[in-house]
Design a protein around this ligand. Structure first.
Ligand SMILES: *Cc1c(COP(=O)(O)O)cnc(C)c1O
Length: 347
């Protein structure tokens, strides 16, 4: 049996959040039906709510963020079409090469700070329409950017890339697994960050605290097609209102409070900086703290685990600490104290 980690301060990811009792109560009370028949009122309500929040005509409830992204690409592309993506994006880095299996699109990866390629690099990588080249089809962006330390990217920062995409008739997908974190950190409505893209995915099961689920939003025609692909991939669920109720609860109650997670991440980052750690902060940080060690991370991870603190690794010498719904001020203080007792400091 694996460990349950009850009582630990779990900073490995914001995916570890457990539904609160109020959320469980909402799930218990949910009215349900068969969602593959379109008859689950709670799923329908979530899909309308999420579409509104994301500023799109329609949305689709899916089991995971990975499925949301894969369906989104499948819906935008034909086999062989070219997707332009930053090499650190989740879709390219963490989804098991799934696009090679489902959409069979070609990925052209670009690099750049904070999870953004430069508009010049994007422009230069788009080849002219010609029988020798794949059809350039999709620009895929991510906000907040996970591997870039949870960087929140403003509409102004994304705009030059989207302008290049539009000039070349590319569609634009946004992996907005943590788009609510971005909106809260930037102090703007979520819809402002999604207005310029054709499709967006958002996780309900990370900082928002639902146990399962993501949504994809876009035009009505786009979501109609995405619904077909969800069925193909086995993501058509039946009395899914039980899960959608958690999502609705999360959207109602757990968006504004992301500011607390961001504040706690800053407190943690500042304390680690004061102890002499190298902390890589993005220009607009959210709920993540990336710490670069001079030694492999294993020693620090196991020492902190002994103290009841769980940390993640983002590379051989890079720690990732993520704040979320289930980490309070006391948990942050315990973490700071545990780092202070490490000898020698900096691992
Ligand atoms: C977690 C995450 C996903 C995928 O979500 P799962 O529900 O774990 O499949 C997609 N994109 C980003 C940026 C993520 O952080």
């Amino acid at each position: 049996m694996s460990e349950s980690y009850q009582g630990y301060v779990d900073l490995r990811s914001d995916t570890v959040t457990r539904p609160t009792s109020a959320m469980r109560e909402a799930m218990y009370q949910a009215e349900v039906g068969d969602d593959v028949y379109g008859e689950d009122p709670t799923v329908n309500q979530l899909e309308e709510y999420a579409a509104h929040l994301l500023g799109k005509e329609a949305s689709l409830f899916v089991p995971s963020g990975t499925m949301a992204n894969q369906i989104a690409i499948l819906t935008h592309t034909q086999r062989g079409d070219e997707v332009f993506i930053h090499r650190d994006n989740h879709i390219y880095y963490y989804e098991g090469g799934a696009a090679a299996m489902w959409s069979q699109a070609t990925f052209t990866q670009l690099a750049g700070p904070e999870g953004l390629m430069s508009p010049e690099d994007l422009e230069a990588s788009i080849r002219p329409k010609n029988i020798h080249h794949p059809r350039p089809r999709l620009l895929s962006l991510e906000n907040t950017h996970n591997r870039a330390g949870g960087a929140a990217l403003s509409r102004e920062r994304l705009r030059p890339l989207i302008e290049v995409a539009r000039r070349h008739q590319l569609q634009v997908h946004l992996d907005g697994a943590r788009i609510a974190n971005a909106a809260i950190a930037l102090g703007v409505p979520i819809a402002e960050l999604t207005e310029d893209v054709d499709s967006v995915s958002m996780c309900l099961s990370k900082g928002l605290g639902a146990p399962v689920g993501s949504v994809i939003a876009g035009s009505k025609a786009y979501i109609d097609q995405a619904r077909v692909y969800r069925k193909w991939l086995g993501g058509g669920m039946r009395q899914a209102g039980i899960l959608a109720a958690a999502g609705i609860y999360a959207l109602d109650h757990h968006i504004e409070r992301l500011a607390d997670d961001h504040r706690r991440a800053l407190t943690l980052a500042q304390a680690l900086i004061d102890m002499g750690y190298r902390v890589d902060m993005p220009s607009v940080p959210t709920n993540m703290v990336m710490v670069d060690l001079d030694v492999p991370v294993d020693g620090v991870i196991s020492a902190l685990k002994t103290a009841g603190i769980l940390l993640g690794a983002m590379g051989p010498r890079r720690l990732r600490l993520v704040t979320h719904l289930d980490v309070d001020d006391e948990g942050i203080q315990r973490t700071i104290d545990a780092f202070a007792h490490l000898t020698p400091a900096k691992g």
